[in-house]
Write a new protein. Sequence first.
Length: 135
Amino acid sequence: MACAALFIVLLAETGRIPVDNPATHLELTMIHEAMLLEYSGRYLAFMEWGASVKQLVLMTLLANIFFPIGIAPDASPVALGLGLLSYGVKLVVLCAAVVVVEITNAKLRLFRVPDLLSAAFVLATLALLSTFLFQ
């Protein structure tokens, strides 16, 4: 449940298709991309790079917290190589999941976004309660 909640938050925070459509340039329908209309050139590249780094950090948290398989136990070259390989595989699987969500869902209406985020909150709360109740 916590993994699903963090996945929904990942989609919302990075402005992916169910929550926001980064391809449009309408200020009223965009949530995250409206501030980018003022930038061009290298400053726009920095903003896009920052958004990509934010998405990578959230995907890394999701992949390594809920699927800790392949994390290197020591700093040997073999362990680091296997850890890097497993990290890459986990990111590819997570990116494929984001792509599946993007191509199967249309953009939500602006007033439906809080319903999606409240579902993530409920999932996170249930995960927290189940952790304390079934321990």
